[in-house]
Ligand binder design. Structure first.
Ligand SMILES: C[S@@+](CC[C@H](N)C(=O)[O-])C[C@H]1O[C@@H](n2cnc3c(N)ncnc32)[C@H](O)[C@@H]1O
Length: 212
């Protein structure tokens, strides 16, 4: 663990390269990306160091911003990929109406859906649909269930652990997300298998701008 006083997530260190691989393939050149629930800010910095031309907008809930702001101030300028930028982090609670105006070519979030209450997830989908350009991508990284079944024993144990910490937390069902996403005009485009029983779900804002 680096001795720089910044918040640090070992999970981010493990998953940043696999996530970068997907973003390289899927983001258009010069993409404006809104990250929801940036946490330590490690993903923001890693992606901006490796994706030329990307414009990364980190965010997190008010009250969770201090470490993120410090990381971006320290690491968000030097050593970035050509043309890449990291903006000053914004306060954003997905359940609140004050989302940034955007528009963004992508909204990315990692390991947040199982932390926020299930009732907050439709707000994440609706807010993302509002700020995405037509054809823009919503990328959801983390563990997911399918048809109410876990994909591994470890995810099942993790889900039980989350529930023991706080009953509102829990691994979400990917298939149950799809109809709500469709109502918001987000079509399920891809489901990328990631290491350690994680997935990267990719939804696309309908090009005609409409919902289901
Ligand atoms: C497990 S951390 C993941 C942080 C980071 N994305 C990562 O991969 O390390 C969960 C994050 O979700 C954020 N979060 C939880 N509820 C949220 C909400 N309603 N709106 C926005 N972010 C939320 C938390 O503040 C926290 O930063």
């Amino acid at each position: 663990m680096p001795d720089d006083g910044l918040p640090f997530s070992p999970a981010c260190l493990r998953n940043q390269e696999p996530i970068l691989g997907v973003l390289r393939r899927r983001l258009p050149a010069g993409a404006r990306v809104l990250e929801v629930g940036s946490g330590s800010g490690q993903h923001a910095i890693h992606m901006a160091r490796h994706l030329p031309g990307v414009h990364w907008q980190p965010s997190d809930r008010p009250g969770q911003l201090d470490g993120l702001v410090r990381r971006v101030a320290l690491e968000g300028r030097d050593g970035l990929a050509p043309g890449a930028t990291v903006a000053a982090p914004l306060p954003l609670d997905v359940t609140q109406p004050d989302w940034p105006a955007g528009p963004f070519e992508a909204v990315f979030t990692a390991n947040t859906l199982h932390i926020m209450p299930a009732e907050a997830v439709p707000f994440l989908l609706a807010g993302s649909a509002r700020v995405l350009v037509a054809g823009g991508l919503l990328l959801l990284y983390g563990p997911f269930r399918y048809g109410d079944r876990h994909t591994s024993q470890s995810n099942m144990a993790f889900d039980a652990h989350l529930g023991s910490l706080d009953a509102v937390m829990g691994v979400r069902d990917a298939e149950a997300l799809a109809p709500e996403a469709a109502r918001q005009g987000l079509q399920w485009l891809a489901d990328e298998t990631m290491p350690a029983n994680n997935r990267l779900l990719v939804f696309q804002r309908r090009r005609d701008g409409g919902g289901a």
